[in-house]
Ligand binder design. Structure first.
Ligand code: ZN
Length: 287
């Protein structure tokens, strides 16, 4: 396994980790000050600061991306909604390109309206069919501009509202269906928060292999999780076997960054510099 103990060469910070303390330009500055060379920005934070400004700041600071969050949310109630989702994903691909991201992360969506608390139907098979079609259409465009797409399976507790793809196996089945030749245009984002519990995790990471492992997100699973979305733990505070999972990824050929992505009302209350310092310390010790 790579040695993470003495520097931050393979550390990336997902901008959601500090989203309530700082704007994106300040997050990028804080990372650069700490010697962190890789980040993963969210679209809404980029939009708030301005795409051109962020692209310039990344370049000037010598910061690279580990991914761009996010595209997806393909299912919709009607043809117009499906078309809108595809348009939005094409824009996300273009933004990822402008920011020189190595991939666009896809949270695929599920029952239309569920995220707002009012699902228009409960046909998850239909949602899955729309996801397959949506990824296929987006992939065609993404290929034309050489922007890889990374499907992120989400924990099954989010199957209704955020993603009807909930296992790495399912995500890889989609990759096999849409990119049989393993061209590198389609792969997966392995987030330990969403996948740690899966009895097939090791075998599916091996199945994915280097060419399909496009992103690796870390945090921890707190035993007393208070909120399904916004109570992720700092690495080392929970029960995920972090080193074991990294070992599986690296055995499969993954050589990219470890991206810290912590949505947490607890950590968002703490000063950004302290959180960043702890991310570095835990990356060096427990990851
Ligand atoms: Zn993630």
């Amino acid at each position: 396994m790579r040695d993470f103990s003495s520097d931050v060469a393979h550390l990336s910070i997902n901008s959601a980790t500090l989203r309530k303390q700082l704007g994106l330009p300040e997050i990028l500055e804080a990372c650069a000050r700490r010697g962190i060379r890789t980040v993963c920005p969210w679209r809404d934070q980029v939009a708030a600061a301005g795409l051109a400004r962020i692209a310039r700041q990344l370049k000037d600071a010598g910061l690279g991306l580990s991914g761009y969050c996010r595209g997806g949310f393909f299912p919709a109630v009607d043809a117009a909604g499906l078309a809108r989702a595809l348009d939005d994903n094409r824009r996300a691909v273009d933004e990822a390109k402008q920011l020189a991201a190595p991939c666009l992360v896809l949270v695929v969506g599920s029952l239309p309206g569920a995220l707002g608390g009012q699902p228009t139907h409960n046909d998850i098979s239909l949602a899955r069919a729309q996801v397959l079609a949506g990824i296929a259409a987006t992939l065609e465009y993404a290929r034309s501009v050489a922007m890889p797409l990374a499907i992120e399976p989400l924990h099954p507790m989010q199957a209704a509202d955020r993603a009807c793809v909930n296992t790495l196996e399912h995500a890889l089945d989609l990759c096999d269906a849409l990119d049989q030749d393993r061209t590198g245009a389609l792969g997966v984002a392995v987030d330990v928060y969403h996948t740690w519990w899966d009895p097939k995790l090791e075998s599916q990471i091996a199945r994915a292999g280097r060419d399909r492992l496009l992103a690796y997100h870390v945090c921890d699973w707190l035993l007393e999780t208070r909120d399904l979305v916004n109570d992720r733990g700092m690495m080392g505070d929970g029960i995920i076997e972090l080193k074991k999972i990294r070992q599986w990824l690296e055995a499969a050929g993954y050589a990219g960054p470890a991206e810290v992505e912590i949505f947490s009302e607890r950590w968002w209350q703490r000063p950004a510099e302290d959180v960043l310092e702890l991310c570095v310390a835990r990356y060096q010790t427990v990851l």
